[in-house]
Structures are given as C-alpha cells and as structure tokens.
Design a protein around this ligand. Structure first.
Ligand code: AVI
Length: 339
C-alpha cells in the first residue's frame, strides 16, 4: 500500500462494517457529501504523487454486494478454500481450542462463520464485533434462538485502531477469530501491530484463530483478482462512484479500467484503477489531471508463505501454533496461543 493509504488500513473481511466505516461521520462535521474527514482523506490520496484511495471506500452498499458476488466466483478461491479447511479439520481445531472459550469475532458481519464453530467448540460467550452494531444485533437475535445456552453480545467497534474490550467481555479463555484473510489487506507491519493489540487483550489462556491466504502460482492469483466476468473490475470501479458520492468528485467510470495483478516482489495483489486516456477529475477542494495510463492504487492483498504467516504471529507474541491447509497449500487456518 502506498504511504498515503498505509495509515488507513481496511478493517475487516466482512463488508457491511467497512461500508459503515466509510460512511460514518459520528461526531464529525458533515458536508453535502461525506464527512469532512473523509473528504480530506480522499483528497489527500487523490492529490498524492502516486494517487491512492483507502480500500475501505470499496464498500458502499453496491460494493458490499459485489464483494459477496466475488466470493461466489470460481476464480476467487479464498472463501471456498477456507470453508473446506474448516469442514475438513473442524474436529482437530475443536480439540486444540477446547470448550468454554470467550469467542471474539473480529468483523463478524452476519456471524455465519463463527456460528459454524459453535457446535464444535461450545463457547461460553460469543462477542460479535463490527463497526455496525445494529447490523450485528439482527444476526445475533437469530443466533441466540438457535443457541440459547451461549451468552452473546454485539459490540460496535472500529477494531482496526483500538481493541479495548468492555468489562462485560469475559477475560477467561479469549479466542480471537479473524477468518477470511482480511489480515492480508494490512501491510505486514500494520498486521503485526493489529495482532499485538489482540494479543494484549489475552491472558495466558487466550488464543487466536485466523485465516491467511498463501503465496501460490501467479496465474491463480491474477485470475482471482481479475476475473473473466468482470465482477472484481466492477467492484473496483464502483469505488469511483462511491468517491463521487462521498467527495463530490466527477469520476466517469467509463474512462477508467481495472487492474488486479500479483506483484511477486512485494508478495501482494495490487488493485489499481487506470485512466484510459488523459482526463481531469474534480472533487470538493481539489482537481487533478491524470495522464493516459496513470493509476489510482486502491487495494493490496498480501499473500504469505506458511512460515512467514507463523513468523507474523510470533512477532505479535503468539506461540504454539497449529496450522491447517488445503491439499494444494493455497490457504492456511492457524490456531495460535497467547501462553
Ligand atoms: C476482503 N479481502 C480479504 C478481499 C481480498 O481478497 O483481499 C478483498 C478483495 N479484493 C478483491 N477481491 C476481493
């Protein structure tokens, strides 16, 4: 991620929450468009020498739906590969995790991934965290009916910047759950910082269960982030419409093209939006001439070797890892203890 986006990492694997983040302006001055803070952030990114926009702006209502569609694509392997690992190794994971944990779901969204764990690990308490607590409450009400014996709580929290948990969250056997490889949307340093904050919230009986996407053949990666149906292209291009709405910009989507390609040297997918020809963009408080082919960097998605993923967790203070992968070694689910 270029410097201007590095300090504003995307939060989560689920989308409604990021959408809420991008649109939230709680306590902020609002203009006819987005919050003044959002406009300033967008303007600074667009005006930078290498233009960039935080990936959190990918997730307006339509962007969230498009991400759901991406997860259904045959080329987008992470979702189904991770699900297959959970299905195959659920019993071993349950054995490592044990019963009566305090399951803390980071970016819970509709809570579906955590709910699949309930019959395996029988948590004592389930804490669903997302930016939008309202969205969570609906999901939790349904879940509480299915699992009446599990104490449940919804927490509206931007956990990317702070992970201070209220005293109502049990301190015993905390298990932070962070699936979907959303960790890949942070830079490695941001990822370590984020994981350290989770580690700091654990006693010695605490742990983390995380999904991490692994390095693989670049053709597989390229197809996953530039699919033939153009769903990922629509997801990326939709960001421009969102910027029009948030920052009063005048992007014409037809004048831009999606690029999603693996950068092997950086071990990351980079998504860019490239100007099809020379053009000028205006937004509230700024304007810029883009040359033909000049691009806006919109997202990174880091891919790790298994050993590097373990190293990341160790740097954050976790130990004693169990690593489960799929037969092709494309994705890893790791259980790491705070000890
Ligand atoms: C949310 N995140 C883990 C996705 C990823 O794979 O990095 C976002 C995404 N971007 C393009 N396709 C999917």
């Amino acid at each position: 991620m270029p410097p201007s986006t590095a300090s504003v990492p995307p939060l989560t694997r689920e989308y409604a929450n990021v959408h809420a983040a991008a649109n939230s302006g709680v306590g902020q001055a609002r203009t006819a468009h987005g919050s003044a803070v959002a406009i300033a952030e967008i303007g600074a990114g667009l005006a930078a020498a290498h233009a960039s926009v935080s990936p959190k702006f990918l997730y307006d209502a339509l962007g969230s739906r498009l991400f759901e569609a991406i997860c259904e694509l045959p080329e987008y392997y992470p979702t189904r590969t991770e699900a297959a690992i959970f299905a195959e190794h659920g019993a071993a994971m349950a054995h490592a995790i044990g019963h009566d944990t305090t399951l803390i779901d980071l970016g819970a969204g509709n809570c579906a991934k955590a709910a699949r764990l309930f019959p395996l690990i029988h948590p004592a308490q389930y804490v669903a965290i997302d930016i939008s607590a309202d969205f969570l409450r609906e999901s939790l009400e349904r879940l509480q009916q299915r699992f009446p014996h599990i104490e449940m709580a919804a927490l509206g929290l931007d956990f990317s910047s702070s992970l201070a948990l209220p005293p109502t969250v049990r301190a015993e056997k905390r298990l932070f759950f962070y699936p979907g490889s959303s960790i890949g949307n942070f830079t490695p340093q941001e990822a370590v910082d984020f994981l350290r904050r989770a580690r700091a919230q654990c006693d010695s009986d605490g742990a983390l269960l995380i999904g991490i996407d692994l390095v693989k053949d670049s053709a597989v990666l390229d197809a996953a982030y530039d699919d033939p149906l153009g769903v990922t292209a629509a997801f990326n291009l939709n960001l421009l419409r969102h910027l029009n709405h948030l920052a009063g910009a005048d992007f014409d989507v037809r004048q831009w093209r999606h690029r999603g390609r693996y950068n092997a040297a950086e071990s990351r997918i980079e998504m860019h939006l490239e100007a099809r020809h020379e053009l000028t963009v205006h937004w509230q408080g700024g304007t810029r001439l883009f040359d033909a082919g000049e691009a806006i960097h919109t997202e990174n998605s880091y891919k790790y070797r298994s050993s590097a993923a373990v190293g990341l967790l160790e740097q954050a203070g976790f130990q004693a890892m169990n690593v489960w992968t799929d037969p092709q070694g494309w994705f890893a689910v790791i259980h790491a203890r705070a000890i």
